[in-house]
Write a protein that binds this ligand. Sequence first.
Ligand code: NDP
Length: 596
Amino acid sequence: MTDLNLGFDPAALKQRYLSERDKRLRADANEQYVEMAGKFAHFLSDPYVERPIEREPVTDERDAVVIGGGFGGLLAGARLRKAGIDDICLIEKGGEFGGTWYWNRYPGAACDIESYVYLPLLEETGFMPERKYSGADEIRAYSQRIADHFDLTRRALLQTEVTGVAWDEAARRWIVSTNRGDAIRARFVIMANGPLHRPKLPGIPGIEEFEGHTFHTSRWDYGYTGGTSKGGLDKLGDKVVGIIGTGATAVQAVPHLGAAAKQLYVFQRTPSSIDVRNDRLTDKQWAASLQPGWHRHRMENFNTLVSGGWAEEDLVADGWTEIIRNLGVIARMKAVKEGAADPDELVQLADFKKMEAIRARVDEKIANPAVAEALKPWYNQFCKRPCFHDEYLDTFNRDSVTLVDTNGKGVERITREGVVANGQEYKLDCLIFATGFEVGTSYARRAGYDVTGRDGRTLEQKWQSGARTLHGMTVNGFPNLFIFSVIQSGFTANYPHSLDEQACHSAHIIAEAMGRQATRVEATVEGEEAWTAEVLDSLLDRRKFLEECTPGYYNGEGKISPLAASFASYGKGSPAFFRILDEWRAAGDFQGIEMD
Ligand code: NDP
């Protein structure tokens, strides 16, 4: 379909996208990464703990143990407290609350979802973020504020890593074991481990040989670089630094590295799409004018728009909602109005148009045409996580910054002194891995512990041939256990919104069970089979889109198996999923759940 008015040739673009994808497809897909274990375990050490805690093992009994002190765990605690459940213990590996925002405090770390919808519980805590997009420090401090507000610090066990969770059928209690010798008995357990919890390294030959300084972005070594998450890396002035990876993390860190290092090499396999960010201070008058209920209303408005739905107004009005306005709603509405035969074709055209604008932005910003060409992304917008930054591209105009594009192949090898790419060795003082987090590896490996259920079978064993859940949260054979994750659940770009829905839903079920004095709450086999079938069915339309995408963690690095599909999110989107949960709770019959 060539339309002279479009200014581009859709058939040629499609061909280019497919050939760029083909360059990047690899037989080892997700297996290309190495686990941070054994000789790589030191990459996981916590560089942020100021005062290591010394304490005796705990063997108390609690109504609820919540694993994770990020937004998932904090929301679970807050919603349980609101439902009248007081006896809660949060367990967190890090030294403070914050979860992903505890670990990810690399220079430039900030949220690129609007903070007025991203930060949960704003009305409850009476907090208003300083800017439209909060920085990592503010988000970490806000996490502590939630903990204080809901009195979740009491009994919390920080610097404590769960090592196993096992069901005691005779007592109908979970026993939660930790690396500090704790054996806490719990009536209910909520697993809020986080979906991007375990950093990963690329399996590049020679990776263990590098003798310079090295770390992963989620364990930033400020002792080496100087500065803070706001930048000012004043110890890098005489250092040659390399960074592998150009995803959402690198996009935020590279401008600070580029400003500080004597020389920076950015090793790129696939460029990100970099849209306008346009951060600004919170308008105090606007904040003062907000009426009760504004926060939920704004979250729902954002979620509707980013899920391709229709809303009268666009309250957030940023790059995210603009993308979707462009991609989904406008195209579909036009298709309906004009009786176009194939609305999907229009959505594709809208995507081409959006990505043409992203590529044109690269040309506007980058002085060297060859560098500009290498920074252009050739895939549909939602094949990878869209990025928003106003300084990333300009960084490549600095004389001290070199883009080492590998034409989709990635880095060849790592040596004692540096990195080899395109046949050339780049000698480095410091090598930073911005290579992301495990997705699609086994659940227990990512969580760092396994769960042993009612009949002695572990969750890992149960899910070996595919995930099976009711609403992504409860599992037959694993009573009184609630899982917060993206698996068979409603995924949204505004992930804390999804966590809050899961927190409200599980608090509702737990409160009911406590009220009935039930000692077992469990998904039935029929309940989880029906939901799993519904999830698989909902994904049929999405498969083609993902197959045509450039590899990444959204599409199993290009390998989509039926097994992987069972671990995917509900395909009809989070608004539909949240409605299903609302209706399920309103029906009041707890369908698919047994309580006794
Ligand atoms: P990603 O997984 O998105 O990126 C990893 C990067 O490493 C990719 O650029 C990848 O290239 C590259 N890479 C992997 N192996 C090699 C190799 N052998 N040679 C060269 N390059 C390689 O991780 P991020 O940490 O950037 O982001 C993870 C997620 O965290 C985001 O998707 C987002 O959800 C979240 N995030 C959110 C932020 C926010 O503002 N809310 C900010 C930052 C992150 P390739 O693309 O070719 O695979």
